[in-house]
Design a protein around this ligand. Structure first.
Ligand SMILES: C[S@@+](CC[C@H](N)C(=O)[O-])C[C@H]1O[C@@H](n2cnc3c(N)ncnc32)[C@H](O)[C@@H]1O
Length: 192
Protein backbone atom coordinates (compact mmCIF):
# COMPACT_ATOMS: atom_id res chain seq x y z
CA UNK A 1 0.00 0.00 0.00
CA UNK A 2 1.14 3.58 -0.67
CA UNK A 3 1.17 6.17 2.11
CA UNK A 4 -1.51 8.33 0.53
CA UNK A 5 -3.81 5.28 0.33
CA UNK A 6 -3.22 4.62 4.05
CA UNK A 7 -4.11 8.26 4.79
CA UNK A 8 -7.32 8.12 2.77
CA UNK A 9 -8.31 4.75 4.25
CA UNK A 10 -8.04 6.38 7.72
CA UNK A 11 -9.64 9.70 6.79
CA UNK A 12 -11.77 9.70 9.98
CA UNK A 13 -8.60 10.16 12.03
CA UNK A 14 -7.97 13.56 10.46
CA UNK A 15 -11.48 15.07 10.70
CA UNK A 16 -10.48 17.30 13.65
CA UNK A 17 -7.59 18.87 11.72
CA UNK A 18 -9.86 21.43 10.03
CA UNK A 19 -8.05 24.75 9.53
CA UNK A 20 -4.60 23.18 9.71
CA UNK A 21 -2.31 22.31 6.76
CA UNK A 22 -2.00 19.05 4.91
CA UNK A 23 1.48 19.05 3.35
CA UNK A 24 2.87 16.65 0.78
CA UNK A 25 6.63 16.49 0.23
CA UNK A 26 7.12 14.66 -3.08
CA UNK A 27 4.46 15.59 -5.62
CA UNK A 28 2.52 13.02 -7.60
CA UNK A 29 4.44 10.96 -10.12
CA UNK A 30 1.95 8.49 -11.46
CA UNK A 31 0.25 7.23 -8.29
CA UNK A 32 -2.23 10.08 -7.98
CA UNK A 33 -1.26 11.09 -4.45
CA UNK A 34 -1.48 14.87 -4.85
CA UNK A 35 -5.03 15.10 -6.17
CA UNK A 36 -6.40 12.44 -3.83
CA UNK A 37 -4.87 14.16 -0.80
CA UNK A 38 -6.04 17.58 -1.99
CA UNK A 39 -9.60 16.24 -2.34
CA UNK A 40 -9.42 14.92 1.21
CA UNK A 41 -8.06 18.27 2.46
CA UNK A 42 -10.94 20.09 0.76
CA UNK A 43 -13.50 17.73 2.29
CA UNK A 44 -12.07 18.24 5.81
CA UNK A 45 -11.45 21.98 5.40
CA UNK A 46 -7.66 21.82 5.56
CA UNK A 47 -5.20 23.95 3.63
CA UNK A 48 -3.10 21.95 1.12
CA UNK A 49 0.44 22.44 -0.17
CA UNK A 50 2.46 20.03 -2.30
CA UNK A 51 6.24 20.53 -2.52
CA UNK A 52 8.72 19.00 -4.94
CA UNK A 53 12.23 20.03 -5.92
CA UNK A 54 11.52 19.16 -9.57
CA UNK A 55 9.47 21.78 -11.42
CA UNK A 56 8.29 19.16 -13.92
CA UNK A 57 6.38 17.51 -11.08
CA UNK A 58 4.84 20.61 -9.52
CA UNK A 59 3.75 22.25 -12.78
CA UNK A 60 1.78 19.14 -13.79
CA UNK A 61 -0.59 19.47 -10.85
CA UNK A 62 -1.25 23.23 -10.85
CA UNK A 63 -4.42 23.07 -12.97
CA UNK A 64 -6.11 20.05 -11.36
CA UNK A 65 -5.24 21.40 -7.92
CA UNK A 66 -6.74 24.80 -8.75
CA UNK A 67 -9.95 23.07 -9.77
CA UNK A 68 -10.26 21.59 -6.29
CA UNK A 69 -9.43 24.83 -4.47
CA UNK A 70 -7.73 27.89 -5.94
CA UNK A 71 -5.99 28.54 -2.60
CA UNK A 72 -4.16 25.20 -2.69
CA UNK A 73 -0.46 25.63 -3.53
CA UNK A 74 2.34 23.93 -5.43
CA UNK A 75 5.86 24.87 -4.36
CA UNK A 76 9.06 24.01 -6.21
CA UNK A 77 11.66 23.73 -3.43
CA UNK A 78 13.74 21.25 -1.47
CA UNK A 79 11.32 19.75 1.05
CA UNK A 80 13.78 20.13 3.93
CA UNK A 81 14.28 23.85 3.14
CA UNK A 82 10.55 24.42 2.75
CA UNK A 83 9.96 22.91 6.20
CA UNK A 84 12.74 24.96 7.77
CA UNK A 85 10.93 28.13 6.65
CA UNK A 86 7.35 26.95 7.14
CA UNK A 87 5.33 29.16 9.49
CA UNK A 88 1.91 27.50 9.33
CA UNK A 89 0.33 24.83 11.49
CA UNK A 90 0.81 21.30 10.18
CA UNK A 91 -2.02 18.87 10.79
CA UNK A 92 -0.75 16.07 8.59
CA UNK A 93 2.32 15.69 6.40
CA UNK A 94 2.99 13.03 3.79
CA UNK A 95 6.71 12.39 3.26
CA UNK A 96 7.38 10.68 -0.05
CA UNK A 97 10.35 12.55 -1.51
CA UNK A 98 14.02 11.71 -2.31
CA UNK A 99 13.93 8.28 -4.01
CA UNK A 100 15.62 5.24 -2.48
CA UNK A 101 17.81 3.16 -4.77
CA UNK A 102 16.32 0.40 -6.93
CA UNK A 103 17.16 -0.90 -10.39
CA UNK A 104 14.15 0.59 -12.17
CA UNK A 105 15.01 4.30 -12.09
CA UNK A 106 14.99 5.80 -15.58
CA UNK A 107 18.15 7.50 -16.88
CA UNK A 108 16.12 10.72 -17.03
CA UNK A 109 15.40 10.49 -13.28
CA UNK A 110 19.03 9.66 -12.44
CA UNK A 111 20.14 12.66 -14.53
CA UNK A 112 17.61 14.97 -12.85
CA UNK A 113 19.16 14.18 -9.44
CA UNK A 114 22.68 14.66 -10.92
CA UNK A 115 21.70 18.08 -12.25
CA UNK A 116 20.84 19.07 -8.69
CA UNK A 117 24.31 17.98 -7.59
CA UNK A 118 23.20 14.81 -5.87
CA UNK A 119 22.69 11.13 -6.62
CA UNK A 120 20.01 8.54 -5.93
CA UNK A 121 21.49 6.51 -3.08
CA UNK A 122 19.85 5.07 0.00
CA UNK A 123 22.10 7.16 2.24
CA UNK A 124 21.01 10.40 0.51
CA UNK A 125 17.37 9.32 0.70
CA UNK A 126 17.64 8.52 4.43
CA UNK A 127 19.42 11.83 5.16
CA UNK A 128 16.86 13.97 3.29
CA UNK A 129 13.94 12.41 5.18
CA UNK A 130 15.89 12.69 8.46
CA UNK A 131 16.46 16.41 7.78
CA UNK A 132 12.70 16.80 7.30
CA UNK A 133 12.09 14.94 10.59
CA UNK A 134 14.39 17.32 12.49
CA UNK A 135 12.27 20.27 11.32
CA UNK A 136 9.02 18.41 12.06
CA UNK A 137 9.99 17.76 15.68
CA UNK A 138 10.33 21.55 16.07
CA UNK A 139 7.11 22.33 14.18
CA UNK A 140 4.46 19.76 15.06
CA UNK A 141 2.03 19.83 17.98
CA UNK A 142 0.19 17.10 19.89
CA UNK A 143 -2.46 15.27 17.86
CA UNK A 144 -0.86 15.87 14.46
CA UNK A 145 0.44 13.23 12.06
CA UNK A 146 3.30 12.23 9.75
CA UNK A 147 2.91 9.56 7.07
CA UNK A 148 5.89 7.91 5.34
CA UNK A 149 5.77 5.99 2.10
CA UNK A 150 8.25 3.25 1.17
CA UNK A 151 8.78 1.79 4.63
CA UNK A 152 10.37 -1.39 3.37
CA UNK A 153 10.69 -3.18 6.71
CA UNK A 154 9.35 -2.65 10.21
CA UNK A 155 11.36 -2.07 13.40
CA UNK A 156 14.14 -2.35 14.32
CA UNK A 157 15.55 -1.83 10.81
CA UNK A 158 13.00 0.58 9.32
CA UNK A 159 14.53 0.04 5.88
CA UNK A 160 13.35 2.56 3.27
CA UNK A 161 12.71 6.29 3.36
CA UNK A 162 12.33 6.44 7.14
CA UNK A 163 15.48 4.48 8.03
CA UNK A 164 16.96 7.38 10.05
CA UNK A 165 13.87 9.57 10.38
CA UNK A 166 11.48 7.08 12.02
CA UNK A 167 13.77 6.11 14.96
CA UNK A 168 14.54 9.82 15.46
CA UNK A 169 10.83 10.70 15.56
CA UNK A 170 10.04 7.80 17.93
CA UNK A 171 12.71 9.17 20.29
CA UNK A 172 11.35 12.70 20.02
CA UNK A 173 7.68 12.63 20.93
CA UNK A 174 6.04 10.60 18.16
CA UNK A 175 4.32 7.20 18.46
CA UNK A 176 3.30 4.67 15.85
CA UNK A 177 -0.40 5.14 15.09
CA UNK A 178 -0.89 2.81 12.11
CA UNK A 179 1.52 0.58 10.25
CA UNK A 180 0.72 -1.36 7.10
CA UNK A 181 3.36 -2.95 4.90
CA UNK A 182 5.21 -0.20 3.02
CA UNK A 183 3.82 2.78 4.95
CA UNK A 184 3.31 4.19 8.41
CA UNK A 185 1.47 6.97 10.22
CA UNK A 186 3.09 8.48 13.33
CA UNK A 187 1.31 10.73 15.82
CA UNK A 188 2.81 13.55 17.86
CA UNK A 189 2.14 12.63 21.44
CA UNK A 190 4.12 14.92 23.71
CA UNK A 191 2.92 18.46 24.32
CA UNK A 192 5.35 21.03 22.90
C1 LIG B 1 8.38 8.89 -5.16
S1 LIG B 1 8.21 10.45 -5.95
C2 LIG B 1 6.75 11.12 -5.25
C3 LIG B 1 5.57 10.31 -5.61
C4 LIG B 1 4.21 10.85 -5.25
N1 LIG B 1 4.06 11.14 -3.83
C5 LIG B 1 3.17 9.86 -5.74
O1 LIG B 1 2.67 9.08 -4.91
O2 LIG B 1 2.90 9.81 -6.94
C6 LIG B 1 9.51 11.31 -5.19
C7 LIG B 1 9.59 12.78 -5.53
O3 LIG B 1 10.50 13.41 -4.63
C8 LIG B 1 11.10 14.48 -5.33
N2 LIG B 1 12.28 14.90 -4.56
C9 LIG B 1 13.53 14.38 -4.58
N3 LIG B 1 14.33 15.04 -3.71
C10 LIG B 1 13.56 15.98 -3.11
C11 LIG B 1 13.80 16.96 -2.10
N4 LIG B 1 14.98 17.08 -1.50
N5 LIG B 1 12.76 17.76 -1.75
C12 LIG B 1 11.54 17.64 -2.34
N6 LIG B 1 11.27 16.73 -3.29
C13 LIG B 1 12.26 15.89 -3.66
C14 LIG B 1 11.36 13.95 -6.70
O4 LIG B 1 11.48 15.00 -7.64
C15 LIG B 1 10.11 13.08 -6.93
O5 LIG B 1 9.13 13.77 -7.66
Amino acid sequence: MHGHELIIKNKELFKNLKGKSLLEIGTERGCGSTILLAEMAEEIGMDFITVDVDEEQTKNVIKPLNKINSAFKTITEYGEIFLKNFKGEIGLIYLDAFDFWHDNHSQERIDAYKKRGTEITNENCWKMHYNCAVELVKLMKEGTYICFDDVLSKEPEWEGKGKLAIPYLLNNGFNIKIYEPNCIILERCIKK
